[in-house]
Design a protein around this ligand. Structure first.
Ligand code: GAR
Length: 185
């Protein structure tokens, strides 16, 4: 049984889909939901699924507190689901090819520093893109540049607002992320 930790900073709708997916799995268990925000809604979602939670500050993460917790919990896979802090290199190195991130655009487009959540959808709108999508990739030291595991796209119409784009992207994420994680295990 693989032990997965989800790191999330916000609402956690992806985390919820992942917890749902692995609820009765014999392959893997969501062993921890960890957040750098003590009031993140993802923590309430985790409680609903009786998944243990852990909160930490950026300073603590940078000092190795999160890594220590993941090791103590014997975590095999780390899933970033809307986690907005840069991961310390030491932490990335502790999970070689076992840390996966979801990005709400078709990388290499709309990646890099500052490109998260609604900023991405606003940039996609401003560029008049005819499509957008999701990218699921392994995490290496250069954030959005790890090996791409999966991409899916969705058409956009000129009338789509950044909120409409976000909705389309979330739908794709919810449909694919849990299964892609399972395929990696
Ligand atoms: C998701 O759309 C995810 O792709 C994005 O944050 C959202 C979190 O939504 N991640 C990034 O922008 C990372 N660069 P959720 O909290 O409802 O799962």
């Amino acid at each position: 049984m693989k032990r997965i930790a989800i790191l999330a900073s916000g609402s956690g709708s992806n985390a919820e889909k992942i917890m749902e997916h692995f609820q009765n799995s014999t392959k893997a268990q969501i062993a921890l939901v960890a957040s750098n925000k003590a009031d993140a809604f993802v923590l309430q979602r985790a409680e609903k699924f009786k998944v243990p939670t852990f909160t930490f500050t950026k300073k603590e993460m940078d000092a190795g507190v999160l890594l220590e917790k993941l090791q103590k919990e014997q975590i095999n896979w780390v899933v970033l689901a809307g986690f907005l802090l840069k991961i310390p290199e030491e932490l990335i190195r502790a999970f070689p090819d076992h840390m996966v991130n979801i990005h709400p655009a078709l990388l290499p487009k709309y990646g890099g520093k500052g490109m998260y959540g609604h900023h991405v959808h606003e940039a996609v709108k401003a560029a008049g893109e005819k499509e957008t999508g999701i990218t699921i990739h392994l995490v290496n030291e250069n954030y959005d540049e790890g090996k791409i595991i999966f991409q899916a796209s969705t058409p956009l119409s000129p009338e789509d607002s950044p909120e409409d784009i976000a909705q389309k992207v979330h739908a794709l994420e919810h449909r694919h992320f849990p299964e892609v994680i399972e395929s990696l295990l």
